[in-house]
Design a protein. Sequence first.
Length: 433
Amino acid sequence: MTQTTPTATITFSDGRREAIELPVMEGSMGPDVIDTRGLGQHGLFAYDPGFVSTASCASGITYIDGDAGLLYYRGYPIEQLAEHSDFMEVASLLINGELPTASEKEAFVGTVKRHMLLHDLMSNFYRGFRRDAHPMAVMVGVVGAMSAFYRDSSDAFDPAQREVAAYRLLAKVPTIAAWSYKYNIGQPFMYPQNRFGYAENFLYMLHATPCEDYRPNPVLARALDRILVLHADHEQNASTSTVRVAGSSGANPFACIAAGIASLWGPLHGGANEATLQMLEEIGDVSRIGEYINRAKDKTDAFRLMGFGHRVYKNMDPRAAIMRQTCHEVLDELGLNDDPLFKLARKLEKIALEDEYFIQKRLYPNVDFYSGIVMRAMGIPNSMFTAIFALARTAGWIAQWQEMISVEHRIARPRQLYVGPGRRDFVPIEQRG
Ligand code: SDX
């Protein structure tokens, strides 16, 4: 350590060990970190299940300040990107590190468009699923199967192959997601149209049929594009950490993103948008809000207020505020201002935010609280909400995977606090019991 490197000293009250000095690392923003890599030399591990206070990496992609409710992609505030940018530009920013120039953006968008088609044999995978297969189950399977079709872009250690894989994933995940819905409802798959923008194309593949011309409503396409921007990345959340851990072994990019999709599906993570809508439909009426607020506070009841709370945000999730505004715009456009679920959600938010339990535990609406209402109003089925979250987060997963694999990384291999039985000899079965 140089003289200027600040250090943290650990002393042991039982006197069994010498004091340990560890370097303190400072980032460009946010909390400093104690570099605990040297603990192993002292026969010690850091213990932090759920990684509540653990930085798993150094990253320059997304910054969150949970107390202030800030979210920056490569330094740009989410509010500005949601208002002035679009998903393709944000995907390029996250992956390449800078906002693209006009010609760079045109090239990026053009390359993504030319990769949106799937290898035609991939459509056979769908017929192996039950008709009612959840789109996330299909996405885990079909995205993972990309490794069998795109082997010329599966070497994680080849920068050129990484770039092709990034485009293929960004471009094909919307097609795979839309086709999982078409398979659910028994309609033919619709091929992407290069005349459409990214969000427009997804709505086209979701709602069009071969029987008539279909052009997505531009207000809804813009709203969906903004939803994709809001969900594009979020530093080291569970699914991104899953992608990083999978990628640390050198696994191919398609398998890593499939692992991220699997993790995102959980109701405590990306599955919360679907669960929030189911919760609102179950509550059904403003008169029942109190009953559910009490259940959320009851430690003997496993029920949690879906769409509320966050590991990092102890203030309003900035994405939730933008999502609420988007909700207004979409419901306005569709003449659904009296949408009972939106009114119920607003009332639930108000009551929860005034409740001592939620105030004391600093539980606020998160990105999933309003997103389901917006997507439902747009005619997107509940089962597709998390698939759309996965579609958007693919941009962030790619950026995080690229960052991990392109720096001096090591295979992720946490240690443990062992609490099992001590050494003991085998007991033959006739001597047991
Ligand atoms: C996403 O990490 C990310 O960045 C994720 C995400 C992203 O963009 O990638 O932002 C996307 O996943 C948003 C979160 C969506 N999930 C939900 O809306 C599900 C409901 N919320 C929770 O289950 C919970 O808040 C988590 C999972 C989001 C956070 O869990 P933590 O950080 O482990 O917090 P915790 O479970 O330890 O809760 C702390 C306390 C507990 O009470 P005590 O044990 O201290 O008495 O708050 C309580 C919890 O019981 N609590 C809730 C609650 N969330 C937390 N009580 C009622 N309802 C809730 N929603």
